[in-house]
Design a protein around this ligand. Structure first.
Ligand code: ADP
Ligand code: MG
Length: 748
């Protein structure tokens, strides 16, 4: 890549001075000139009509052309600080302007200076005044004219997303300084791309978005800058695709598939068309000499695990090994257990019960005893283990594989850059394993295009037949206390019929608030998803907690039942034990009702579980609720899910619950989720506070822009993979990577 210095990379310190720059960095994470110029106005205010002083009315927003008559400064009476009062006149009438703690304005507001003053008219002690007006003084000796005054009055005043310690007004003056530094920036958009679409050059667009003369200026600036965001992102994804295509993998083409065939013969059901089609696609991917990077999405219970297992057996048939990575130890252990059961003698190589054609499936977790772990590691390095199950840590750790052919990542949306790097370390002779990522969180098409632009996506759309499904109801705890009592009664009835009940709470309640469970599988205080505009976050009562509720249930409505608890801060062994007792109906020490946090959200499979009560359900997001609910109604028994909430009918929080109750179609829900999260106006979506990667581009609304940018990006990267001919674009991509990593670091 070409080394170059970009004026936008200049540190703010040089432009604003150390103190102000420090405040900008602290409050808004803005460090460079580019950061500041990409901090776009949230909206634009109008100064108001040019008005004579005689025509002022209280409450109007106006601009007046007048001359300063006198200025006085006095201390405030009640508080520390000063009031600066200026009296202005248009030759006939007079009025006063007041400024609090802005003594320094004395230097400019001198008697005799003429200028334009705008703000909202208020009444103080009977007289009209303008408090903290926005103003512009004419150069000394210039009386100003009507045309200038009209221009000033009709100009749009940018209002910036401010933050603690930095006001919109300060940002406005900083941007003025910054704009003065940029006169002709190199444009990341190729000229031809720009002219074809009638888009502004970068420099013009930045000036227009910060200092527009008209609303139309704002619009064309936004169009141009939004397209640029889309293009830079798509170029990055296109480059990553190209890099992946350049990697090498071993082709995994078994000459025969005895293990995979024997497994299919053992299945107690017929595979769905979708499962067969995706399996065939995966087989084709793995026959290529470039590594597969495929995302398999399918609603909870759509049968992804079988697809993964068939792929794993295929590579074992071809002589390689497969690793299955789960997000938590609970899930890894469960996978190991269910897959072992499904494979039966096929996974008992070397044992008495082992089939003629067989392999071994090995579990590797951090909490294993040393001897157990050593034996497992030996199986992995010798190749005796065809399938290795563990958590994501498996990749980071120093686990040597004999011949790792396929990595399956369960319940994850993204196989990050970091994980790909870890995989590189597991490669043999410069080849990489094939990768299959599975997620139950359906991804809207536009999001797939934006965020997952560098992987292939397959979808399991149909759910296997014979699944009884789940019915969802909302229980408004405040208005219908009897309903809640009835819910616990129903739980009792389910247990009496030999079924299992989940109760989910947002908090653990062990006094150690804040922070995730050790495996990051849950959030202690389930955070209300963004877009919750109810504004009731601060003072509402604390959400229900696992330990407290379990106790209350044992002593109250569920007395006599076996109530267990599960949360992320329990030791792995204990969690595992609880899950086993809950899953195994016949166990003496079985658990009937499991009160837990969201650790059970992903993948847990207990076919006898028929009911789930989610307490303070409004504290969870749509996709989380959908995932949770997917834990019941998985077998032939119908499931019931109750969303207990105190949220008012009609609130945003309640709208999320209504959505979840209205459909079990995960794809419909993911679109609804995207809609509910969407913020009002386009510019308004810029969150106050930190830098964001996408400021003007909204994935939900700008599918056409994204699709267009994707085509352009593909053509650019095809012709010039390193972007050597377009250093400005290369630079913009590098900046995006920097921001993306910063975001990642903040989350980690
Ligand atoms: P998920 O996509 O949520 O990971 P699983 O793979 O865990 O789903 O499958 C859920 C349940 O459905 C499992 O018990 C599995 O054995 C069963 N299953 C998978 N495929 C089929 C099928 N084609 N017909 C019937 N049941 C199936
Ligand atoms: Mg699963």
């Amino acid at each position: 890549m070409t080394l170059r210095t970009d004026p936008l990379d200049a540190r703010l310190t040089g432009v604003l001075g150390g103190r102000t720059a420090g405040a900008f960095e602290k409050a808004l994470s803005l460090q460079t000139l580019g950061d500041l110029l990409r901090h776009y106005p949230r909206r634009y205010a109008e100064r108001g009509e040019l008005t004579d002083l005689s025509a002022l009315r209280e409450g109007d927003t106006v601009t007046v052309l007048a001359e300063v008559r006198s200025v006085t400064v006095r201390p405030m009476r009640q508080r520390r600080g000063t009031i600066l009062e200026a009296v202005i006149s248009d030759g006939q009438e007079t009025m006063s302007l007041t400024f609090f703690n802005q003594r320094w304005r004395e230097r400019e507001l001198k008697a005799g200076r003429r200028g334009l003053f705008s703000g909202q008219v208020t009444r103080f002690r009977g007289a009209l005044q303008l408090a903290h007006p926005d103003f512009e003084l004419f150069p000394e000796g210039d009386a100003g004219d009507e045309r200038k005054a009209q221009e000033f009055a009709s100009a749009l005043i940018p209002i910036y997303p401010a933050a603690k310690g930095v006001t919109s007004w300060q940002i406005r003056s900083a941007v003025d300084l910054a704009l003065a530094q940029v006169t002709s920036l190199d444009d990341p958009l190729p000229e031809s791309v720009r002219t074809e679409r009638g888009l502004l050059p970068l420099t013009d667009a930045l000036h227009a978005i910060h200092r527009p003369a008209t609303r139309a200026d704002v619009q064309s600036a936004i169009e141009r800058l939004r397209f640029e965001e889309a293009l830079v992102l798509q170029v990055l994804l296109a480059q990553r695709r190209a890099e992946l295509r350049a990697l090498r993998a071993t082709r995994r083409v078994p000459s025969s598939t005895p293990l995979a065939d024997a497994f299919d013969d053992r299945l107690p059901f017929t595979l769905t068309e979708g499962q067969l089609a995706v399996s065939a696609q995966i087989a084709e991917d793995m026959a290529d000499e470039h590594p597969m990077h495929r995302l398999l999405q399918g609603d909870v219970g759509s049968g992804k695990t079988i697809v993964a297992l068939r792929a794993m057996l295929r590579v074992v048939d071809a002589g390689g090994q497969a690793a299955l990575l789960a997000p938590t130890e609970v899930l890894a252990t469960q996978h190991h257990r269910t897959i072992s059961a499904m494979l039966g003698p096929l996974a008992q190589r070397g044992m008495l019960e082992g089939a003629d054609v067989s392999t071994r499936i090995t579990l590797l977790t951090g909490s294993q005893k040393a001897a157990e772990r050593r034996a497992a590691l030996l199986d992995v390095v010798s190749g005796d283990a065809g399938i290795v199950v563990g958590t994501h840590a498996l990749l980071q750790e120093h686990v040597d594989f004999h011949d790792l052919a396929l990595v399956v990542v369960d319940e994850q949306h993204r196989f990050g850059v970091e994980q790909r790097a870890a995989l590189a370390a597991k490669s043999r002779e410069g080849t990489r394993p094939h990768v299959l990522v599975m997620t139950a969180t359906p991804i809207p098409r536009t999001v797939a295009m934006t965020v997952f632009g560098d992987v292939d996506v397959s979808t399991l759309a149909e759910v296997p037949a014979g699944r009884a499904g789940v019915t969802t109801h909302i229980v408004a705890a405040r208005d219908q206390p009897a309903l809640l009592a009835r819910a616990w009664q129903r739980a009792r009835e389910e247990v009496e019929q030999g079924h299992r009940v989940f109760v989910v709470c947002p908090r653990i309640g062990d006094g150690q608030e804040g922070g995730d469970g050790p495996e990051g599988g849950e959030v202690e205080e389930a955070s209300a998803p963004s877009g919750d505009a109810d504004g009731d976050g601060g003072d509402r009562p604390r959400a229900a907690a696992v330990l407290e509720l379990a106790q209350a249930l044992r002593e109250g409505p569920l007395a006599g039942l076996r109530v267990g608890v599960l949360h992320g801060r329990m030791p792995a062994e204990e969690k595992d034990d609880v899950m086993r007792r809950f899953a195994d109906t016949s166990a003496r020490d079985g658990i009937d009702v499991l009160v837990s946090t969201t650790v059970i959200e992903v993948g847990v499979d207990v076919p006898d579980a028929t009911m789930m009560v989610i307490v303070d359900a409004d504290r969870f997001g749509i996709s989380q609720l959908h995932q949770l609910r997917g834990r019941v109604g998985r077998g032939s028994l119908p499931g019931l899910c109750l969303l207990v909430t105190e949220a008012e009918a009609g609130s945003t929080a309640r709208a999320r619950l209504d959505a979840v109750a209205s459909t079990t179609d995960g794809f419909v829900l993911s679109e609804l989720d995207l809609d509910l999260r969407r913020e009002g106006d386009v510019l308004g979506s810029a969150q106050s506070g930190s830098r964001r990667t996408l400021r003007l581009l909204e994935v939900a609304r700008h599918a056409d822009v994204i699709a267009d940018a994707r085509l352009v990006a593909a053509a650019i990267v095809d012709a010039d993979p390193g972007l050597d001919a377009n250093p400005a674009l290369a630079h913009a991509v590098a900046t995006l990577v920097r921001d993306e990593q910063a975001e990642f670091l903040e989350k980690a």
